[in-house]
Write a protein that binds this ligand. Sequence first.
Ligand code: R5P
Length: 302
Amino acid sequence: MPPLVVAGSAHPKLATELAARLGTQVAARIGERFPDGEWRVRLGDDVRGRDVFLVQPLCLPVGDHLLELLLLADACRRSGAARVCALVPYLAYARQDRRGGEGEPLGARVIASLLSEAVDRAVVVDLHSPAVEGGFSISVEQVDPMTALAAHVGPGAGDVVVAPDLGAARRAERFARALGKPVAIVHKTRLTGSEVEARGVVGDVRGLVPILVDDIISTAGTIEAATLALREAGAADGLTVCATHGLFVGPARERLSRLPLRRLIVTDSLPPPERDFPVPLEVVPLAPVLAPLVERMHAELR
Ligand code: R5P
């Protein structure tokens, strides 16, 4: 029997595209609200003996989508699924991978523990830090979309791949390797949740067209600060910005509309904004990357 795809409410389109590539269908399910706001989820298809892949990125409202995923996982297990895999293209709280100071929780570990209790395996895409996997007590498949993103961007998009902070350096290196380009790194300091400061660029960017590569665009403060730093360092016009997860929250739209962008590219790990987006957005589909992995994981069960 083929794997069974179950969609949470966060991103049914991705689940449908994945199921189509797997030659299967998205399972019927009901997701309603009780009058007090509680979820009422119910599976409409028989999952007994099936290898279930539950598709749910943890986008806004994060807590709600997480809880829905946990409830669906419990429904699958109690209904006799052979194995349940949480396919979480965007793992919220992954940026809380270390304690900022005394009195703070380890957010990434809390989410990892909850998922580890609820499912047998997990698939995540471009984790903010690969070390987040250590918080899981189940097998985790980390999907790296850099090759797919680089193939979409193409070698003609720029001369140098730029990481907007030190944490993004490895990712930028993988992207640059796929295009045969050099790498530069912006020296960034975070001031608040939405404000950052860039203090300069390490590496040669003068007269070169940059391709900025990051994991997340949230408020776009990082991209804005990196763009200014690149300009001050003498980079040429024609900036391309590329990220795995396009959250676009808070001042992101306003910030992006002010930037001299030639291209802005994200994957569909989160549902792309549908309207009123200030700049043309290119969306790279993840289903072609995820489907072969799901097929491999499913084959292991047989
Ligand atoms: C930070 O370390 C991340 O890799 C991203 O650069 C950051 O989360 C982006 O957030 P924002 O768009 O709000 O600057």
